[in-house]
Design a protein around this ligand. Structure first.
Ligand code: TYM
Length: 353
C-alpha cells in the first residue's frame, strides 16, 4: 500500500484507495444485486458474481437479492421463494463470504421502496422511455408490460444511492441504469443540497457480456427461448458439457480472439478464461494450428468441473440453515445504513415536519 498524500492519510493499492480517519481505514464501498427471476446462468457468474468475489477483500461490499425488481413481470410466489433461496445459496457457493460482504434481501430493508418512490419522482418520462429494456419490449409490441417495468430504473438508483456506493460492479447491460443513477443523484443533490455520492459502474475487461451459445449475437439470459444457448449454474454438469460441444462457432477454422467475425468462438474463449484465470491470449497460443473440437472438449471439461464443485457446495449450504442466518444478519446491517440515509432524505424533501 502506497501513501498518496503527506498532508492527509490517503493510501492506495493497485485498484483501491483508502482514506484513514482517526485510527481506522475507510474502505471504498461497492454494491450490486441480482434479480431472482429465474435460474442463475454463466453470464451472471462471469459478468457479476465473479467480480463480487474478487473485490470482497478490498472493498466494503453490499450484495443483495433484488426481489422487488423480480415482480416487474408476473412470477409465482413459490418460484420467487425458491429462486431467492437458491440465489443466496449460490452467492455463498460461488465464494461470497458473509463476514466480508453484507448479503441481504431488498424487501427486508423498507428504505429501498421508500427511496424508490422519491427517485421515481426525480425521473422524467423521457429518460425512462429511453431505457433499453423498456424500449425493446415496447418495440416488440409485448403485451402486459407493467408500470413497474417502466419505473424499475429509479428503484435501482435508490438501491445504489441508499448506501453511498462508490462502485457498482455489473455486466454491460446494466451500465445504462447506473448512468441514470448518477443523473438522478446529481439532480437531487442540486435541488436539495449534497446528499448522495455519485457512483461509478464497474465492468470486467473480459466477460462484461456473455453471449448465447446458440446465437452469439444475443446475450445469455434467464429468459432466452433456447435453453441450449444458456448454461444455468444448476444445470446437470454433463448436460452443460454437451451445450458447450454443440455451441455455434463459424467456418473460418482458425482459433483466434475475434469477437467481430468469430463471436461464438470469442464467447467460448471468454468463458474458459474467466473460469480458469488463464488469459485469452495464452489459450489462443496453446491452440495454434488445432481445431475447434479439441478446444470445446477442454472448455466442456472446465464447465463440467466448475459446476460439479459449485453444486456440491450449493447443496451443502441449502441444507445447513445458513441462508436464513446470513439474510437475518445482512438485513440488520443494511437497514442500519439505509434507514439513516432515508431519514436524511425525508428531512430534506420536507416529509419530516
Ligand atoms: P440481472 O438480474 O438481470 O443480472 C444480474 C447481473 O448479471 C449481469 N449479467 C450478465 N453479465 C454478462 N453477460 C450476461 N449475459 C449477463 N446477463 C446478466 C448483469 O449485468 C447484472 O450485473 N437491475 C439489475 C439488478 C439490480 C441491480 C441493482 C444491480 C437491481 N438493483 C443495483 C446493481 C445495483 C438486473 O436486472 O440484473
Amino acid at each position: 500500500m502506497k501513501r498518496l498524500s503527506k498532508k492527509c492519510a490517503i493510501y492506495a493499492t493497485d485498484d483501491t484507495i483508502f482514506v484513514q480517519i482517526g485510527g481506522t481505514i475507510t474502505m471504498k464501498r461497492m454494491l450490486s444485486g441480482i434479480k431472482p427471476t429465474g435460474r442463475l446462468h454463466l453470464g451472471n457468474y462471469i459478468g457479476a458474481i465473479s467480480q463480487f468475489k474478487k473485490y470482497q477483500d478490498e472493498y466494503e461490499m453490499f450484495i443483495f437479492i433484488a426481489n422487488e425488481h423480480a415482480i416487474t413481470v408476473p412470477i409465482e410466489a413459490k418460484d420467487l421463494r425458491k429462486n431467492t433461496k437458491d440465489l443466496v445459496a449460490l452467492y455463498l457457493a460461488c465464494g461470497l463470504d458473509p463476514s466480508k460482504a453484507t448479503i441481504f434481501l431488498q424487501s427486508d430493508v423498507s428504505a429501498h421502496a421508500k427511496l424508490g418512490w422519491v427517485m421515481t419522482c426525480m425521473s422524467y418520462m423521457g429518460e425512462l422511455q429511453r431505457m433499453t429494456q423498456y424500449k425493446d419490449k415496447t418495440a416488440k409490441g409485448e403485451a402486459g408490460i407493467t408500470a413497474g417495468l417502466f419505473t424499475y430504473p429509479p428503484l435501482m438508483a435508490a438501491d445504489i444511492l441508499l448506501y453511498d456506493a462508490d462502485y457498482v460492479p455489473v455486466g454491460v447491460d446494466q451500465k445504462q441504469h447506473v448512468e441514470l443513477t448518477r443523473t438522478l443523484a446529481e439532480r437531487f443533490n442540486h435541488r436539495y443540497s449534497d446528499t448522495f455520492k455519485i457512483p461509478e459502474p464497474l465492468t470486467t475487461k473480459v466477460g462484461q457480456k456473455v453471449y448465447s451459445l446458440q446465437d452469439p449475437t444475443k446475450k445469455m439470459s434467464k429468459s432466452a427461448s433456447d435453453p441450449k444457448g444458456t448454461i444455468d449454474l444448476l444445470d446437470d454438469p454433463a448436460a452443460a458439457r454437451k451445450k458447450i460441444m454443440s455451441a455455434k462457432t463459424d467456418s473460418i477454422g482458425i482459433i483466434q480472439y475475434d469477437p467481430q467475425d468469430q463471436p461464438g468462438l470469442a464467447n467460448l474463449l471468454t468463458i474458459q478464461s474467466v473460469l480458469t484465470g488463464e488469459p485469452v491470449e495464452s489459450i489462443v497460443s496453446r491452440y495454434e494450428g488445432k481445431g475447434y473440437g479439441e478446444l470445446k472438449k477442454e472448455i466442456g471439461q472446465t464447465v463440467f468441473d466448475f459446476l460439479t464443485d459449485l453444486q456440491a457446495r450449493y447443496n451443502e449450504i441449502l441444507t445447513s440453515g445458513k441462508v436464513d442466518e446470513v439474510l437475518k444478519e445482512g438485513a440488520e446491517k443494511a437497514s442500519f445504513i439505509a434507514n439513516k440515509k432515508i431519514r436524511k432524505v425525508y428531512k430534506k424533501i420536507g416529509f419530516t415536519i
